[in-house]
Design a protein around this ligand. Structure first.
Ligand code: NAP
Length: 298
């Protein structure tokens, strides 16, 4: 069988973990495949994608700043798993003869991460219904998380971004497709006090990627019944992100983005290989590969 080739396209990929986690799976499971890093300039995007099949590429991941920019060059967005259509961004491409099909696995990766954590700790999936979530950020990751939460039937969703217009736009988009989720845009940072009456707090801003980053939320708002999830997975040399650290100091359940990173990568492999894969085994292999690099799941 011919060796398959997968890879990540983006602009600045020196700190990416994707090749480590995917190649670890290929190696451990004896899959004849390689995962490569393709740093591209904007002007190279079209020709790279149009020659992907000719260059024997079977599948790709897409990251900043190309998640939206790749869409005009794809044959279509997958309609059976409509997250790329809903979110308007693609992080996974399946390359088939003459066809490039776009998917988004970030939202499902987020949901699967919370379900995996809940199953590990409480032997049941995460119950999103009857819960209110405060979502920090209204960019790419927040969009995927917001739509995924709405799909899961979240009872309330408050969105706060430093740019209020972005929060308003995301709220309008979610409301138009999932009116029952009743999303609300928060204008002022002080309005984050609503966390006191919420059960889930998700950070989908880049705050936490730098060691010196400060908490966005007032520490007093973090209460014992709050589940905290930080999409950030690389806390700039710290052991944990500023949010996870503050939450854990108060005894809360708090987890970081490595869980989501692995779960969205597993979804990508499912799409590329088009068959049932050994999710638990792959999760452990990917977590092991990150451990070897000095990153452990928080
Ligand atoms: P993005 O598109 O740039 O969105 C981030 C949003 O947060 C922007 O709207 C930004 O506003 C806003 N923001 C920045 N500082 C803020 C603050 N202090 N308070 C409130 N809002 C603030 O970035 P992204 O792609 O969504 O990524 C966000 C984070 O999620 C990154 O750390 C990324 O690595 C992580 N992520 C993790 C996974 C995973 O698998 N774990 C997947 C995707 C993303 P401005 O644009 O005005 O600055």
């Amino acid at each position: 069988m011919k060796q398959m080739t997968f890879g990540l396209i983006g602009a600045s990929l020196k700190h990416s973990f994707s090749s480590d986690i995917h190649n670890a799976v290929f190696k451990k499971l004896g899959i004849k495949a390689q995962y490569k890093i393709f740093e591209l300039e904007n002007k190279q995007l079209k020709s790279f994608l149009s020659s992907a099949f000719a260059n024997s590429i079977n599948g790709l991941n897409v990251t900043i700043p190309y998640k939206e920019k790749v869409i005009p060059f794809l044959t279509r967005l997958d309609a059976n798993t409509p997250s790329a259509l809903t979110v308007g961004a693609v992080n996974t491409i399946k390359v088939e003869e003459k066809q490039l099909i776009g998917y988004n696995t970030d939202g499902a990766g987020f949901i699967n991460a919370l379900n995996r954590i809940e199953r590990k700790e409480r032997a049941k999936p995460f119950d999103f219904r009857h819960k209110v979530c405060v979502l920090l950020g209204a960019g790419g990751a927040a969009k995927a998380v917001g739509f995924a939460l709405a799909t899961e039937g979240i009872a309330g969703l408050h969105i706060y971004d430093i740019d209020y217009r972005k929060s308003e736009d995301l709220v309008a988009e979610i409301k138009s497709k999932f009116p029952k989720s009743a999303p609300i845009a928060l204008k002022q940072r002080s309005e984050l006090e609503v966390i006191r009456d919420s059960q889930i707090l998700v950070n989908a801003t880049p705050i936490g990627m730098k060691a010196q980053d400060q908490l966005i939320v007032n520490e007093d708002f973090l209460h014992e019944n709050l589940f905290v999830f930080d999409c950030v997975y690389n806390p700039g040399g710290r052991r944990m992100t500023v949010l996870v650290e503050a939450a854990r100091k108060k005894g809360l359940r708090a987890f970081d983005g490595l869980w989501m990173l692995i779960c969205q990568a597993i979804r990508s492999q499912k799409i590329w290989f088009g068959r049932a894969i050994l999710e638990d085994e792959i999760f452990d292999i990917m977590a092991g590969a990150l451990n070897e690099k000095g990153y452990s799941l928080c």
